[in-house]
Design a protein around this ligand. Sequence first.
Ligand code: ATP
Ligand code: MN
Ligand code: MN
Length: 301
Amino acid sequence: VVPEKPAAESKDVKPFGIAISHPDRVIDPDGDVTKGQLADYYAAMADPILRWMGGRPVSLVRCPQGRGRKCFFQKHDAGSFGEHVGHVAIREKDGSSEDYLVVEDGAGLLACVQMGTIEFHGWGAPASDVEKPDRLVFDLDPDEGLDFEAVVSAARHLHDLLGEMGLATFPMLTGGKGVHVIAPLTPKAEWPAVKDFARRFAAALAEDDPDRFTAALAKTQRKGRIFIDYLRNQRGATAVMPYSARARAGTPVAVPVTWQELREMDGAARWHVGDAKELAKRAGSKALARWGVADQTLPDL
Ligand code: ATP
Ligand code: MN
Ligand code: MN
């Protein structure tokens, strides 16, 4: 008896009902990662991803031919992502209004992946009120050659200082070179106040310890130091979202960790899209269930 051939549909990749074309296309030659594997990763991680990213204006790093070819950072969209991806109209600096993307569910997430998205970056405010940030983020960017230990101790230093001011913070490995130190905020203050706080905090840090930190954007100021990139805290700026994949060699992912765990990390690209199972389990664990959760507002500085 000749065994029946599997039905053609069984080969289709259709997470959350979204048909993924070219699932065998290699999108990262370094990690041998295919578009289908990336879709599987995002499908497995949809819940923890949406917990933070859902309902937020997002920008995407799209690499339709894979990360070895042309990638672009997409902020606006007029509807090319289909019915599952939402939009929010946001006033631009010049007074015009542009539609930003908003992902609310697994179908929306996968619709973006189908369109060649590798990375998801989010605003620091919900689409329901884009003028009131719901998080503060300090993006620690180490100079080339600095070892990760320096980044870890810098992050812990920020944690201590912000903690003394009454702000609980949470660390995230970016999947790249650095760490993001994130303070969730109950939306209240508007962007100018949040940016001002972040700028003054970063400047004070650099002033107190100029050998270790700089708050100046210029790369020449970075020599052997860590740049405290406070500019993620201005209207329109984005930061990579928790559990987003990165369009970098090996397709690492941005991963929330505990302060305890951070001590043991030796790099920011510890996990990759192949680790979905472990990451989903971690995300649901007791240690991480309250990651990013705190009811707090901006202190005086
Ligand atoms: P790393 O740890 O390697 O620094 P990162 O995500 O912090 O990783 P950065 O280069 O520090 O990377 O970028 C900070 C943020 O700037 C990104 O998370 C992203 O949201 C935003 N960004 C990146 N590329 C662009 C771009 N082309 N246009 C606008 N914003 C961007
Ligand atoms: Mn960074
Ligand atoms: Mn940066």
